[in-house]
Design a binder for this molecule. Structure first.
Ligand SMILES: NC(=O)c1ccc[n+]([C@@H]2O[C@H](COP(=O)([O-])OP(=O)(O)OC[C@H]3O[C@@H](n4cnc5c(N)ncnc54)[C@H](O)[C@@H]3O)[C@@H](O)[C@H]2O)c1
Length: 252
């Protein structure tokens, strides 16, 4: 019988996996059988997630990785390929920050910061992974965008521009890597994480957010992680260049 969601024998690298969605994705990929390199700008946070995975019987290792550092990305990709006997099958470009301000107050520094981490970070890690990707149809690049990059959002011109950039990156790279049988997709999640704490708890933002979510609730990070497993799996072997919102119906 054909199986779809078993990742045994595959290796994965997840960025920004010391907290929030990245940590949940690292755990979900490991639960599906993948050997996961858990990376984060905080090496300690990454190590704690990898320890949790191995304590529960999964395969994981960790490394500090600031995605704006190309050399560190090259080293991490090689380390992750070591977990997969020479191949790095699944790359999840999840690391991210926000630096909100209304447009007149946005500075070059905050604009550059969001681009360095989201766009340049995705570029560095993906290019570092390239020579390690298998060509047998199991290779996956999964980028993380946002509703902000699709519909725009107040006070986030820098973040929205970076997240829209990731969508263009995803679609163009999907075309370039299709001949190598590597699927490149993006996911636009919504979840209760440290990043969304203010908009969930500050009454100025919370009610407005709830009005925009048809399912009328926030997901926990582990609820959105299953969609990453789907895109990483054989079930997604004929899906490339797509953006999948996993957001309670906010974008439709
Ligand atoms: N939470 C949401 O509702 C939501 C919505 C849309 C998009 N996203 C996107 O999902 C991704 C994860 O968000 P989250 O909510 O889990 O955020 P989070 O703030 O909870 O976690 C982000 C992680 O990224 C790490 N990080 C920050 N800068 C880094 C860098 N330079 N290099 C490597 N790691 C770095 C942090 O240390 C942290 O562990 C981000 O790309 C975010 O933009 C989240």
């Amino acid at each position: 019988m054909r199986t779809y969601f078993n990742l045994t024998g595959r290796s994965a690298l997840v960025t920004g996996a010391g907290a929030g969605i990245g940590a949940a994705v690292a755990e979900a990929l490991a639960a599906a059988g993948a050997a996961v390199l858990v990376t984060d700008i905080s090496g300690e946070a990454a190590a704690a997630v990898a320890e949790r995975i191995t304590a529960e019987g999964g395969k994981a290792d960790s490394a500090p990785l600031d995605v704006s550092d190309r050399d560190a990305a090259v080293a991490a990709a090689a380390q992750a390929a070591g977990l997969g006997e020479g191949h790095l099958h699944i790359v999840v470009n999840n690391a991210g920050v926000t630096s909100p301000a209304m447009f007149p107050k946005l500075t070059d520094a905050t604009f550059r910061l969001t681009f360095d981490i989201h766009v340049m970070g995705t570029f560095h890690v993906t290019q570092a992974a390239l020579s390690h990707l298998p060509t047998d149809g199991t290779g996956r690049i999964i980028n993380v965008t946002s509703a902000a990059g699709i519909t725009g959002t107040l006070g986030q011109v820098n973040y929205s521009a970076a997240k829209a950039g990731i969508i263009g990156f995803t679609k163009s790279l999907a075309r370039e890597l299709a001949p190598r049988n590597v699927m490149v997709n993006a996911l636009a999640p919504l979840a209760a994480t440290p990043m969304t704490e203010t908009i969930r708890t500050n009454e100025k933002f919370a009610a407005n957010m709830m009005n925009r979510i048809p399912l009328k609730r926030w997901a926990e990070a582990d609820e959105v992680a299953g969609a990453f497993v789907f895109l990483a799996s054989d079930a997604a072997s004929y899906i490339t260049g797509q953006v999948l919102p996993v957001d309670g119906g906010m974008v439709m």
